[in-house]
Ligand binder design. Structure first.
Ligand code: IPM
Ligand code: MN
Length: 358
């Protein structure tokens, strides 16, 4: 199994290091052969190659079995525009790998209920999966542009979806629902956007044709944003487009008290891309205090996808154990209530418990 590791920027390298050594340890114990290759992405790739995602890295990614990515972006590259931005590199690799479905699971464990910004009774029972369309919509839609003179400019982006693009991501959502709570809530803005009207029609048609046994509902995105913070436990699978999914998944992610906990898997092409939902957090980079859990859980999603569910389960058990021991990185630490640990210490605790769970 060949894994391409793209640590990227900010806290990316720190959390990637811990994750790779965790995987190495567990794979060794299981006799699974994992080979890791490293390359640059985002700002690091701009510094190294003058390109946030050079074709050479894409070629390596396509030749791998999976790609683990840390995070991209930072102040150093904020003055860059267009295709030279670190974020463009991320969009390019998503598009090139054809990973049209981004899975962002949000489950709030009991040991973290008091870290949530919501009251414990409001958060109880929250366990959802956001399925975000990842390679289309307004992120990629043409035409787009900016013209005119400073002070008198115009700019536009285009949100477009085709039947085929909607169907394939909806199919992923329905399929996951069948393995979970059997409910899909499709989120759109069909009361205003014509692109959302197509979205809703296609989801309805596919539902009738292929998944009539799954319970389907629809929600406008403004209401969905509110429902996420009022009664998040009502959701099982949320299916939505690229932009709405970006926004809603950050909101959903913080329900657990920290973005540092949330993993993601981008699938649909021959090679999957696994990355935490959080960004590069430049303010805490290099301090050894970042939360490695989101990256570790992203690796668990990767091992599941690579048909090693036992390694995935061990990582998850390791994370649960570390959290249940009261260990918390700075983002989640509560004075007098939890034990504050570094990135390394948190990962060590995960590794130890994961090894004994394997
Ligand atoms: C995410 C990020 C990216 C996105 C950015 C960094 C391009 O916010 O993965 O959610 O908007 O998709
Ligand atoms: Mn985002």
């Amino acid at each position: 199994m060949n894994i391409l590791v793209l640590p990227g920027d900010g806290i990316g390298p720190e959390v990637c290091n811990e994750t790779v050594s965790t995987l190495e340890l567990l794979a060794k114990k299981k006799g699974v052969e994992l080979t890791f290759r490293d390359d640059h992405a985002g700002g690091a790739a701009i510094d190294h190659y003058q390109d946030p995602m050079p074709d050479s890295v894409i070629t390596k990614a396509k030749a791998s079995d999976a790609v683990l990515l840390g995070a991209v972006g930072g102040e150093k590259w904020d003055h860059l525009t267009g295709a030279m931005r670190p974020e463009s590199g991320l969009l390019k690799i998503r598009k090139e790998l054809g990973v049209f479905a981004n899975l962002r699971p949000v489950a709030v464990s009991e040991s973290l209920a008091d870290a949530s910004p919501l009251r414990p009774e409001a958060i109880a029972g929250t366990d959802m999966l956001v399925v975000r369309e990842l390679t289309g919509g307004i992120y990629f839609g043409e035409p787009r542009g900016r013209s005119g003179e400073p002070g008198n400019e115009e700019a536009f982006s285009t949100m477009r979806y085709t039947t085929a693009e909607i169907e394939r991501v909806a199919r992923v959502a329905f399929t996951w629902a069948k393995r979970r709570g059997n409910r899909v809530c499709s989120v759109d803005k069909a009361n205003v956007l014509v692109v959302s009207q197509l979205w809703r029609d296609v989801v309805n048609t596919l539902h009738k044709r292929e998944f009539p046994e799954v319970e389907l509902s629809h929600m406008y995105v403004d209401n969905a944003a509110m429902q996420l913070v009022v009664r998040p436990s009502q959701f099982d699978v949320i299916l939505t487009g690229n932009l709405f999914g970006d926004i809603l998944s950050d909101a959903a992610a913080t329900l657990g008290g920290s973005l540092g906990l949330l993993p993601s898997a981008s699938v649909g092409g021959p090679v999957g891309l696994f990355e935490p939902v959080h960004g590069s957090a430049p303010d805490i980079a290099g301090k050894g205090i970042a939360n490695p859990v989101a990256m570790l859980l992203s690796a668990a999603m990767m091992m599941e996808e690579l048909q090693h569910p036992e390694i995935a389960a061990a990582i998850r058990a390791g994370v649960d154990s570390a959290l249940n021991q009261g260990l918390r990185t700075a983002d989640l630490h509560r004075e007098g209530k939890t034990t504050r640990v570094s990135t390394r210490e948190m990962a060590d605790a995960v590794r130890e418990a994961a090894l004994s769970a394997l």
